[in-house]
Write a protein that binds this ligand. Structure first.
Ligand SMILES: Nc1ncnc2c1ncn2[C@@H]1O[C@H](COP(=O)(O)OP(=O)(O)O)[C@@H](O)[C@H]1O
Ligand SMILES: Cc1cn([C@H]2C[C@H](O)[C@@H](COP(=O)(O)OP(=O)(O)O)O2)c(=O)[nH]c1=O
Length: 206
C-alpha cells in the first residue's frame, strides 16, 4: 500500500488553523483521499493528558526546558499512536500544529534556541517530519484569538504580545530555512479563499 502524506498547519493563535484544518480535510476527501485530522498538543490519549498539564495552571508551573520536554513527550506519543500508523496505512494525516510550534514557541520565543528544541524532538519523533507544512499568516490573528478566548486564554496563549511577535518571527525564519517543506499562506480573505491557497500549496503532492 502506498504511504499516505503528513501535512501540518502552523501559525500563531487565531490565524484560522482549526477552521482550515476541517475545510482542507473536506476538500481532500472530495478528491478521494482518506484523511485523518488531529491536533497538538494532544491527538492521542496520553498526549491529551499532557496537554492539560501544559496549558492549565500558572506561568511558573514549568521551567522552560521542562515545558519543551513535555511538548516533545506528548508529540512522541502522538506520532507513535496516531500519526505513523495512519501514514503507513495509506492515510493522509492533517495536524493542527506539530514540531514547528515547539521550534517557534519554546525554541525561538522561549529562548531555548531552535536547534536545541529540534534535537530534543528528533529523539522522540525519529524522522517523522511533515511532508508539507502550511504556515498561515494573518495580521489580525492575535485580535481574533482574544475575541474568541476572552479572559479564558491558556498558559501559553496568555503570554505577552512580545512573545507572540517572537513566535511569528521564528516561524518565518523556519520557513525561510526550509522553503520546500514550509509554505507561507496568506490567511486573509474568506475561508474558501484560504482553503484554495492551501490546496494550491499541496498541488505537487496530490
Ligand atoms: N477566513 C476567515 N474569515 C473570518 N474569520 C475567520 C476566518 N477563519 C477563521 N475565522 C475566525 O477567526 C477565529 C480564529 O480562527 P481559528 O480557526 O480558531 O484559528 P486558530 O485555530 O489558528 O487559533 C475564529 O473565531 C474563527 O471563526
Ligand atoms: C504544539 C505546541 C503548541 N504550543 C502552544 C500554542 C498555543 O498557545 C497552545 C495551544 O495550542 P492550540 O490549542 O492550537 O491554540 P490555538 O487554537 O489558540 O492556536 O500551545 C506550544 O507552545 N508548543 C507546541 O509545541
Amino acid at each position: 500500500m502506498a504511504r499516505g502524506r503528513f501535512i501540518t498547519l502552523e501559525g500563531g493563535e487565531g490565524v484560522g488553523k482549526s477552521t482550515q484544518l476541517a475545510a482542507l480535510a473536506e476538500a481532500l476527501r472530495a478528491r478521494g483521499l482518506t484523511v485523518v485530522t488531529t491536533r497538538e498538543p494532544g491527538g492521542s490519549e496520553g498526549a491529551e493528558a499532557i496537554r492539560r498539564l501544559l496549558l492549565e495552571g500558572g506561568e511558573e508551573r514549568w521551567s522552560a526546558p521542562a515545558e519543551a520536554l513535555l511538548f516533545a513527550a506528548a508529540r512522541t506519543d502522538h506520532v507513535d499512536k496516531i500519526v505513523r500508523p495512519a501514514i503507513l496505512g495509506g492515510q493522509w494525516v492533517l495536524s493542527d500544529r506539530f514540531v514547528d510550534s515547539s521550534l517557534a514557541y519554546q525554541g525561538g520565543a522561549g529562548g531555548l534556541g531552535i536547534e536545541a528544541v529540534r534535537a530534543v524532538n528528533a529523539f522522540g519523533i525519529e524522522g517523522w517530519f511533515p511532508d508539507r507544512t502550511l504556515l498561515l499568516l494573518h495580521p489580525e490573528g492575535a485580535e481574533r484569538a482574544r475575541a474568541r478566548d476572552g479572559a479564558a486564554s491558556d498558559r501559553i496563549g496568555g503570554r505577552p504580545a512580545s512573545y507572540h511577535q517572537a513566535v511569528e518571527e521564528s516561524f518565518r525564519a523556519i520557513a525561510a530555512a526550509e522553503p520546500e517543506r514550509v509554505r507561507l499562506i496568506d490567511a486573509s480573505g474568506t475561508p474558501e479563499e484560504v482553503t484554495a491557497r492551501l490546496l494550491a500549496a499541496l498541488g505537487d503532492l496530490l
